[in-house]
Design a protein around this ligand. Structure first.
Ligand code: NAP
Ligand code: G4F
Length: 379
């Protein structure tokens, strides 16, 4: 019964969050606190950043795109009824592919800070839809920057740059001065976004900063990224809901941190004295195989019995090794990661075990589960 009730509550909250999306002409209200505008608010990082900014007393506006089904799950717990006085989180429809919506939103919201987190962010998928990825992940950034220029407001701008820029790495560890060698349409789009952000800073004196963030995960990570794919599958296997986990390259190494720690770095960058570019990373690297070993080990399972390789998950070009050196962020922003690799795996497994338990209960009630779709496609 618990899962039935929680499903009902979830859909009610989703409906309410969608209902709270404002029309542009409803946006203006006298503002005292700092105002932040976030693209990608429905994503992993967007949800943690929204929590952080609300805690800090900001008014937060999030851009969401029209979707035929509810996609506000990650921020539903932050829902505030816009009809009540003092609402501090508002959602507005817009799209990084639609300059006019960005212009209109900027004029109405007049943000002090903009966090551009919106992107087609899946590397493997970017090989399937390279042009679309270029549009949203690359050109989306210049659409935003141009909208700032055209409206004449002077917000601080954060660009969600990525360690994928280093690709076929020229040196290890990677720092702010390591040359880029992108290895996917996603990384090429992010390279454009990185340089156009630097260019607008240099050309127009904008306060525009790049956070070159290494992989960061959480219990809210999308289920087709490797960490979550592993923790979802292992917990389901533990409860007999799934038999096998099909994986790609287990030798790839990543510098994995916790997303909540990383959104703090974003805020610190926009609240520094000067705009600049920063690597954000833990300084530890682990193979995908280690992530699997830790996860299954934590559940007392022998991973070799369950994991099989499926070449569909290999990428046309791979990024073999990422390891970041965040000394500059430590020195200049005072940022450092708090959650270790072990703690990260544990918190994700604990969360997904809760979901697997709910799924087992729902199955007993004969409900269809989203998790049964996890094996779709080649991601
Ligand atoms: P995510 O969970 O995939 O979220 C992406 C967000 O972008 C979602 O809210 C999505 O909206 C939105 N979006 C997609 N297309 C859009 C469009 N055309 N217009 C407006 N919004 C759009 O990504 P994340 O992990 O939170 O990452 C946030 C940002 O950091 C991304 O730019 C990502 O590339 C970058 N980054 C991530 C990492 C990492 O390890 N997580 C590392 C470095 C950089 P829907 O919910 O509607 O799909
Ligand atoms: O979790 P992933 O899909 O993340 P990837 O490609 O490193 O990209 C993520 O981090 C970037 C920062 O460096 C972000 F910019 C980007 O937006 C995204 O958030 O894959 C990690 C590694 C890869 O080497 C991949 O080949 O895991 C390997 N892998 C092995 N088997 C797999 C699988 N990845 C996925 N998604 N699925 C597999 O079955």
């Amino acid at each position: 019964m618990l899962s039935k009730t929680s499903a009902l509550l979830k859909s009610t909250f989703s409906r309410r969050a969608q209902a709270s999306v404002l029309k542009y002409n409803q946006l203006s209200e006298p503002q005292m606190a700092k105002t932040a505008l976030i693209s990608g608010i429905t994503g992993q990082d967007g949800s943690f950043l929204t929590e952080l900014l609300l805690e800090k007393g900001y008014d937060v506006y999030g851009i969401i795109r029209r979707s035929s089904s509810f996609n506000t799950d990650r921020i539903d717990h932050l829902y505030q009824d816009p009809h009540e006085k003092g609402t501090r989180l508002r959602l507005v429809y817009g799209d990084l592919n639609d300059s006019s919506s960005l212009n209109m939103i900027l004029r109405q919201v007049q943000p002090d800070e903009i966090y551009n987190l919106g992107a087609q962010s899946h590397v493997r998928v970017s090989f399937d839809i390279p042009e679309y990825t270029g549009e949203v992940t690359g050109l989306g950034t210049v659409r935003f920057l141009e909208a700032i220029r055209e409206t004449g407001i002077r917000p601080r701008f954060y660009q969600a740059s990525s360690s994928e820029l280093y690709g076929k790495v020229a040196e290890t560890p990677q720092t702010e001065t390591t040359p880029f060698h992108p290895r996917s349409p996603y990384a090429c789009a992010k390279a454009y976004a990185y340089y156009i952000t630097v260019n607008y800073r240099e050309s127009y004196g904008m306060f525009a900063s790049n956070g070159i963030l290494f992989n960061h995960e959480s219990e809210r990570r999308g289920e087709t990224f490797v960490s979550r794919k592993i923790t979802r599958a292992a917990t389901r296997i533990k409860l007999g809901l799934q038999k096998k986990l099909y994986m790609g390259n287990l030798d790839a190494r990543r510098d994995w941190g916790y997303a909540r720690d990383y959104v703090e770095a974003m805020w610190m960058m926009l609240n520094a004295d000067e705009a600049d570019d920063y690597v954000i990373a833990t300084g530890e690297t682990h193979a995908v195989r280690e992530f699997i070993e830790k996860t299954f080990g934590y559940l007392d399972l022998d991973w070799q019995e369950y994991v099989e390789i499926d070449p569909r998950y290999f990428r046309p070009a791979e990024v073999d090794l990422l390891l970041g050196d965040a000394s500059k962020a430590r020195r200049q922003l005072g940022w450092e990661p708090k959650v270790s690799f072990e703690q990260l795996v544990k918190l994700m497994v604990d969360y997904d075990m809760g979901l697997a338990n709910q799924e087992a209960e729902a199955r007993a009630l004969n409900h269809k589960s989203a998790a049964t779709r996890a094996g779709w496609g080649s991601i």
